[in-house]
Ligand binder design. Sequence first.
Ligand SMILES: [Mn+2]
Length: 326
Amino acid sequence: MEHAVEAIKKYKRFLVTAHVNLEGDSLGSQLAMKELLEALGKKAVIVDSDPVPGHYKFLPRADEVSNNIDKKLIFDAVIVLDCPTLRRIGRVRELLKKNKPIINIDHHISNERFGGVNWVHPNASSAGEMVYRLFKNMNVPITKEVALYLYIAILTDTGSFNYDNTSSITHEIAGELLGYGLDPALVSERVYEQRSVADLKLLGLVLSTLKLSDDGGAAYLVITRKMLKDTGVDVSRSEGFINYARSIEGVKIAALFKEDPKDRKRISISFRSKGDVDVNSLASCFGGGGHIKASGCTMEGSLSGVKNKVLSKIKEVLHGRNISFK
Ligand SMILES: [Mn+2]
């Protein structure tokens, strides 16, 4: 963290970015980082590969998140948040220049240390929690807006304080953030209860694909391009669907296969686990990564080809048992 603090003090103009497919942590940590930099008298521009999802547009200054890859943008250093690899910043890579230092601030165990400064803290609940620590370390007062950004980052990345990245410290920080005047019920409603009828129709289609291994240890779901087309729902609205597969009693590994809506050859796969199963290693077999109990990867090929490869690896991880899916 000291190196990150030094670098923040040293430079004046920052490009702030995070991973593709923005969600609560990537968005909250970036918006809070921008406030931190501005409070220190610096300039900061947030540029992301993907737009702010509709249900996060209520966040103050969310309209300042740019998707414009403007090669003329002037900055001294780049801050990359919540990103295990540089590939994950998507189109923003086009803005990186050789002589501009990268400050990598992340909590993914699979982080590739791609920065000049690498503050990687896999025990942090979220990138938001790490930005919270910067506010404390640099003595910058937390405003109600900053508290909202950081609370949402922590809330969403801990699955509403349900996952095992939740600790007493997470609750202490969240408690302090609520003390800045946030209404937790209202925040939860804005983040989680903005579903449309079409979103639930997509969920219905996805749940109907559920398959369980015959030993009950693994389950998977599928989202096809056709389902997205038929319901008119953006794939970003499927966040959390995989938890239905993980929630089945006895399931240790859950997978969600998503056909890329734009690229016919790409399938992205999310993994979740329970107990002592490490899905970070599982995803790394296919060039992906993430956290021990939540990870993902992207593969090329047909849905059935990719499924066969991944499901046989899952069988291997589950102690090489000879299982089949029904
Ligand atoms: Mn995160």
